[in-house]
Write a protein that binds this ligand. Structure first.
Ligand code: 5AD
Ligand code: FES
Length: 349
């Protein structure tokens, strides 16, 4: 597929779009199967050293009460994931790279491995770190890492991030390369429907993911947040429904471009459409991240408005997702890591 074709598919409507979504589902079922894998998400701290212009937990947002879950809370959430046969967890936080933080994550990784007989898979989503830190965490048991590029267009990247050394596009790219070199299964992705973003940008994003040869992708609609600088440009945005539809088109085209990767049904989809994540599963996604963050903290981890599941405790979230996934005609891969087939091939295993 060349860029022009991708642009056309991303803009498709009516019958052309129906065909795109159908084709994507077929490719998904044929290549990665009909199973959906769970990654229990633990948003363990909202303390962040960065100031991304779109993000509700950016450092300068003083309306957020900062928290860091206790070791016990984090380990309890992991135990729940293990006991309910989720097979994997994702530890996500704001971006901090102090030695204490690095050490704490390292400690948690070892504890999680221990409490689960080495069975629980661990994905980290803790931002840009040094090569040494990535290696240390890898050696302590993390085997997947999520770090979104947010936009592969450098100019657009700097429209949605402050222009300073702490938000360098080049460093983000370098971090992705470090992660690959270290041996992680690497996931990245972009936000869809950002102000100033064009269809060409999105087509380039997809080609970027292909070129980087990623193993996993998480991408969802951009959703404005009142307490962020980007809110000022909300009148430039397409409607939420359009952003949602475009996000599904992006997932579908990516599935055609990279048939054997893992694609997450992003939670942000559900901030627009109550059945958003299931709709993504019905198209090309095969990963879902049930929220296991202790309920008392969820209010303070709102990267965007209308984030779903703020009050549902983990048991409720699980029941609710089980029912939803069955409705979407997919099966849940309990007890299975569901590693990216792309990664397995890439490593010649
Ligand atoms: N809208 C949608 N997604 C957002 N993220 C952060 N802020 C927003 C927003 N306002 C996404 C970013 C980040 C991920 C954890 O959440 O892509 O990488
Ligand atoms: Fe925290 Fe961007 S505001 S990483």
């Amino acid at each position: 597929m060349d860029k022009q074709e991708i642009i056309q598919l991303l803009q498709s409507k009516g019958e052309e779009r129906t065909q795109l979504l159908k084709k994507s589902r077929e490719v998904k079922e044929k290549v990665v199967g009909n199973k959906v894998y769970f990654r229990g998400l633990i948003e363990f701290s909202n303390i962040c050293s960065k100031d991304c212009l779109y993000c509700g937990i950016r450092k300068s947002n003083t309306n957020v009460i900062r928290y860091s879950a206790t070791d016990n809370e984090i380990l309890e959430a992991c135990r729940f994931a293990w006991e309910t046969r989720f097979a994997s967890v994702v530890l996500q936080s704001g971006e901090i790279s102090s030695p204490e933080f690095v050490k704490r994550v390292d400690y948690l990784l070892k504890e999680i491995k221990q409490l689960s007989n080495n069975e629980l898979g661990i994905t980290l989503s803790c931002g840009e770190q040094s090569r040494e830190t990535y290696l240390r965490w890898f050696e302590s048991g993390a085997h997947r890492f999520l770090l979104r590029i947010e936009s592969s267009n450098r100019d657009l990247y700097y429209k949605i991030h402050p222009k300073n050394n702490n938000h360098s596009f080049e460093k983000r790219l370098e971090a992705l390369l470090f992660l690959k070199e270290t041996g992680y299964q690497v996931g990245t992705g972009v936000m869809i429907g950002l102000p100033f973003q064009t269809y060409k940008d999105l087509a380039d994003d997809l080609l970027f993911l292909k070129k980087l040869d990623i193993d996993m992708c998480g991408m969802g609609p951009y959703i404005e947040h009142e307490d962020t600088p980007l809110y000022e440009y909300r009148n430039l945005l397409m409607s939420k429904q359009k952003r949602f539809d475009l996000a599904l088109n992006m997932i579908a085209v990516l599935r055609l471009l990279m048939p054997d990767i893992n694609i997450a049904a992003a939670t942000a989809l559900q901030a627009i459409d109550p059945a958003g994540r299931e709709k993504a599963l019905a198209v090309g996604a095969n990963i879902i991240m049930p929220n296991l963050t202790p309920v008392g903290y969820r209010e303070e981890y709102q990267l965007y408005e209308d984030k779903p599941c703020l009050d549902e405790d983990k048991e409720l979230c699980r029941n609710c997702l089980e029912a939803r996934i069955e409705l979407s005609g997919c099966e849940i891969g309990y007890d299975e890591w569901g590693d990216s087939k792309h990664f397995i091939k890439r490593n010649g295993k």
